[in-house]
Design a binder for this molecule. Structure first.
Ligand code: SAM
Ligand code: SF4
Length: 425
């Protein structure tokens, strides 16, 4: 979602006549778009602002703008902690950035805007996409859940869905512009539309996207296991464009911890969904999010997580050490897990998942896949391009004059935990 906002920020500024600078040193304006999901984002913001202050001392004409979730959370605190910041804007005020910059010039003092609700969908703003062939498309913003560890509802507000017609129109325009792959974004895509006509519309949206000529791949993030419905599986299975990959956040394998997290599902139900999804869509890859060290997590709870990971056999997982977010319910829970204990559990989890990821990837060796070339100049190896399968696996392929956005058929030659090596078929 933040990346999507950043593309909108860049697009907005370009439409105002700004051009992209090569680096912060040569820029007239630096915009920092912040994340508040874990604590290290906080620390990094103030560290980066400290460095930018030194640049501004040398070049007082430099303008610094800070936006995003951290600003929405801290509001005026950003300006009091870093008074050299020129503009601060919250998550609901992305579209105001050009006006704020102008106000700053006119008044000579810092300008800010923190709203409390969505007025303009970020997608209604111009965008400068990072990839010509891929686009993020927000289907909703905000979240109606209250997972006790999560800051999102307080910085992004309640869920607001976009009309389906508007989403389809945006996707058609993107395809006309050369986009072949879209990723639908929502904190809980399964409740998409519930605030529009009282019922979830996600499966309908997936079916409608299947009819757009020229669109080759649709991905989405994230479905919430509690609101998952069989019609979404049917729509995925019958669609030619929806990719054989699902990001399905588990968070924990312990029912006790899931309850404390207010995730509203039990691990058996979660694993049951996985079974149904895999039965309906053979070869589908599954990724997940897991938090380690949630308050009160015992060694038994963690053992349940490891058991669930072994049972789920994820292709990959984003693993996080629990991070206290002030203002969330979990922040005042007792039973903080000692950092050393959490770290050790985290390492055990990563080791377990890496082994499973490798095993899953080994099963692809010798098989043929269609990949979409994403990056031609791999920093590590200029002779390789990076591409992605429909199952969201990263693949290294010999460069051989491939260009970004091109589809290539490849055969996998070697498997690693985080990527595959392949040769053109
Ligand atoms: N809406 C998505 C869902 O419910 O699956 C999650 C979106 S959140 C931006 C991405 C991930 O960050 C979560 O799935 C969770 O694993 C992780 N996360 C959120 N808050 C966290 C916290 N306080 N500490 C550690 N990880 C956290
Ligand atoms: Fe946060 Fe839970 Fe909403 Fe996801 S579903 S954004 S984890 S509150």
């Amino acid at each position: 979602m933040n990346e999507h906002d950043s593309e909108r920020i860049a697009g907005l500024l370009e439409s105002e006549g700004y051009t992209k600078a090569d680096d912060a040193e040569g820029a007239d304006l630096v915009v920092l778009n912040t994340c508040a999901i874990r604590e290290n984002a906080d620390k990094r913001l103030y560290g980066t602002l400290g460095q930018l202050k030194r640049s501004k001392d040398r070049r007082p004409e430099l303008r610094i703008a800070v936006g995003g979730c951290l600003v929405q959370k801290d509001k005026h605190l950003v300006l009091s902690k870093a008074p050299w910041v020129d503009v601060a804007f919250g998550t609901f005020a992305v579209g105001e950035l050009p006006a704020l910059l102008e106000r700053r010039e006119r008044s000579g003092v810092a300008a800010f805007e923190f709203r409390e609700q969505t007025e303009v969908f970020p997608s209604a703003l111009p965008a400068r996409r990072n990839d010509p062939f891929h686009a993020w498309v927000a289907v909703s913003v905000g979240c109606d859940n209250a997972c006790t560890f999560c800051i999102v509802p307080s910085v992004r507000g309640p869920q607001v869905s976009r009309r389906m017609g508007e989403i389809l129109e945006e996707v058609r325009d993107l395809v006309d512009d050369g986009v072949v792959e879209v990723t639908l974004l929502g904190q809980n895509v399964n409740t998409y539309g519930r605030d529009l006509d009282g019922r979830p519309l996600f499966a309908e949206l997936l079916r409608a996207l299947d009819d757009i000529a020229g669109l080759r791949r649709v991905r989405f993030t994230s479905p919430h296991p509690h609101d998952f419905t069989p019609d979404v599986i049917d729509a995925m299975a019958s669609s030619a464009v929806v990719c054989e990959h699902i990001h399905f956040p588990m968070q924990s394998g312990s029912d006790r911890v899931l309850k404390q997290m207010r995730r509203s599902y039990r691990i058996d139900r979660y694993l049951g969904w996985l079974e149904r999804i895999r039965q309906a869509i053979p070869g589908i890859a599954v990724s997940t999010d897991i938090i380690v060290g949630f308050p009160g997590e015992t060694e038994d709870d963690f053992a349940d997580t490891i058991r669930a990971v072994e049972a789920a056999r994820f292709d990959s997982a984003f693993t996080f050490l629990y991070s206290v977010r002030p203002g969330t319910q979990a922040a005042s829970m007792e039973g903080a897990v000692e950092p050393g204990v959490a770290q050790e559990r985290y390492e055990r989890l990563v080791e377990c998942q890496e082994r499973i990821s490798l095993e899953r990837n080994l099963s692809t060796v010798g098989r043929r896949f269609e990949v979409l070339v994403e990056e031609v100049s791999s920093r590590k190896d200029p002779h390789k391009v990076t591409a992605r399968t429909r199952t969201n696996k990263l693949v290294h392929v010999p460069a051989e004059a491939r260009s970004t956005g091109e589809f290539v058929d490849v055969v996998v030659t070697e498997a690693h935990p985080h990527h595959l090596d392949a040769l053109p078929a």
